[in-house]
Design a protein around this ligand. Structure first.
Ligand code: ADP
Ligand code: MG
Length: 494
């Protein structure tokens, strides 16, 4: 225990604030459309440029418990809301910093908690009151556009936002697959179904069919037999039994008038030939994720034993093999829908990775609003509106809790402040203009304070605020930290 440091009381609280600010400083400059990129490098010399708060935080090699706590909120925000990770960190750190100033003035953490929770309730109510309900497609398209600003994908936001919005309106994010190809981004295409990177397992099979589709999870071939043969004349006999077995399995399939078979395992050459003879398109070694998406899209069940197959296990749709210079694939448009694929041609592998990541987030956000199409105005507008509502609300009886409520309101302004800062605007002038005006935001691209059309999903703004507040309140209750090594040393690697 020699190396151990125990921090208690005020010292512990100061350390919490220091760590939170340290984490926030790592991502602060990336906020907004003019946010800077960070270069992440590892010991193996790999490097990548990113603007994504969650990726930057995941890359921090820290063991500091407070920093990890903060990173935890960012991760939770990403999983729940797909966006707003940088904002949630910056806001939490600012709330802690302002709480620390109050503690310096002898306000007890329980009073701060009370004031912060009250401030949060007013802020959430304001967001709900200001939110505007849109048509689900329009809402999804708008937020997908916002989610892509500042990233490479932003350059194609008109095209990509439409695709995200259409995908999110027909499928859950888990069922949306992005298929990268080599080519021109302008040829990006949405398939209302599943694109599988496979070709029919034997040439001569049809390349386009429509009708019943079977999904199988069993090897289409003879059963594996573990025996040693001493009599060579038996080989022919065994081959015959095997052939009979395969014939039987295929007969089950033919009876159901199946037009395409997708098998998660292998397909024996005799079975392949039988399928070709019957004009069936067959595919082998289909990935688990794909077969599940195919099930969703076509309404089929994944059959584990062909002997037990029932008619309602069969799905239906159109299957087409698309030959492409860089990567051929098979397009399956099921009749049930519920799964989508995005064919994403990109000029380089690096662009593909960046755009896929941006698209995944944009799809997630689009999906959230497709289900709850309420939007608030972004670019610091909603935070300013929340600030004004709290400042103008009825004072709490308890003067210390009231001071905390006001500190909470002030903390929200860190978002417009940071946006103005990264846009190179004069912070004091812009904040003055913002706070004396009504419903204005930071127009980062033009460097002015104006009425903005950038939108953010109500759900995401609400959940970010709630998780930031709860994390801060939790940390404020902490009065003892046990560290095995001083934080400075933990962070020395930079
Ligand atoms: P986060 O990880 O928090 O989503 P971003 O870097 O994506 O961080 O920045 C999001 C912030 O940028 C939001 O507050 C959003 O309203 C704001 N924003 C997006 N587009 C613009 C714009 N054109 N002008 C000003 N602010 C914008
Ligand atoms: Mg974002």
């Amino acid at each position: 225990m020699e190396d151990e440091t125990i921090l208690t009381g005020r010292e512990a609280q100061r350390r919490i604030v220091d760590s939170a600010i340290f984490v926030s400083d790592r991502v602060r400059s990336t906020l907004g459309p003019l946010g800077m990129d960070k270069m992440l490098t590892d010991r193996l010399g790999n490097r990548t440029l990113t603007n994504d708060g969650a990726s930057i935080l995941k890359a921090l090699p820290t063991t500091d418990p407070i920093a990890l706590e903060m990173i935890g909120i960012a991760k939770a925000q990403e999983q729940k809301a797909f966006d707003g990770t940088t904002s949630v960190i910056i806001k939490s750190a600012e709330m802690l910093k302002n709480a620390d100033l109050l503690i310096d003035e002898n306000v007890h953490p329980t009073k701060i908690t009370k004031g912060y929770r009250e401030g949060m309730n007013i802020a959430v109510a304001t967001a709900e009151a200001k939110a505007v309900e849109y048509d689900p497609y329009e809402a999804a398209k708008k937020v997908a556009t916002t989610a892509m600003t500042g990233k490479t994908a932003g350059g194609y936001s008109e095209l990509l936002a439409d695709i995200c919005a259409r995908a999110a309106n027909c499928s859950k994010p888990q069922n949306i697959k992005i298929v990268g190809l080599n080519g021109d981004l302008n040829d990006t295409e949405l398939i209302d179904g599943v694109a599988v990177i496979k070709e029919p397992c034997l040439s001569g099979m049809p390349t386009k069919v429509e009708g019943s589709i079977l999904l199988v999870d069993e090897e289409l071939g003879p059963p594996m037999a573990n025996m040693s043969l001493t009599d060579p004349s038996k080989i022919a006999e065994i081959a015959k039994v095997q052939e009979q077995y395969i014939k039987e399995r295929i007969a089950y399939i033919l009876e159901l008038d199946v037009k395409a078979v997708f098998c998660q395992k292998g397909i024996d050459s005799r079975a392949q030939q039988a399928f070709r003879r019957e004009g069936i398109m067959a595919f082998r070694n289909i990935k688990k994720g794909d077969i599940h998406r195919l099930a969703t899209s076509t309404g089929a069940s994944i059959v584990e034993d062909l002997a037990d197959i029932r008619e309602d296990d069969i799905g239906s749709g159109k299957v087409e093999f698309i030959e492409n210079m860089s990567k051929s694939y098979t397009k399956v448009e099921g009749t049930v829908s519920g799964a989508a694929s995005i064919i994403l041609p990109c000029p380089t592998e690096q662009t593909l990775q960046e755009i896929s990541r941006a698209l995944e987030d944009a799809i997630g956000v689009a999906w959230i609003v497709a289900n709850e199409p309420k939007l608030v105005t972004g670019a610091g507008t909603i935070q300013t509106q929340m600030y004004q509502a709290i400042v103008n609300s009825e004072p709490m009886k308890d003067s210390k809790a009231e001071a905390a409520k006001q500190a909470f309101a002030k903390s929200l302004l860190i978002i417009p402040k940071t946006l103005a800062e990264s846009a190179g605007m004069d912070i004091m002038d812009s904040m003055h203009e913002l706070l004396t005006g009504k419903d204005l935001g930071i127009n980062a691209l033009e460097g002015s304070v104006s009425s903005m059309s950038v939108v953010e999903p109500l759900e995401i703004v609400k959940s970010a605020l709630q998780s930031a507040t709860e994390c801060v309140v939790g940390l404020l209750r902490t009065d003892e930290i046990v560290l095995s090594r001083p934080i400075q040393e933990l962070f020395e690697d930079y």
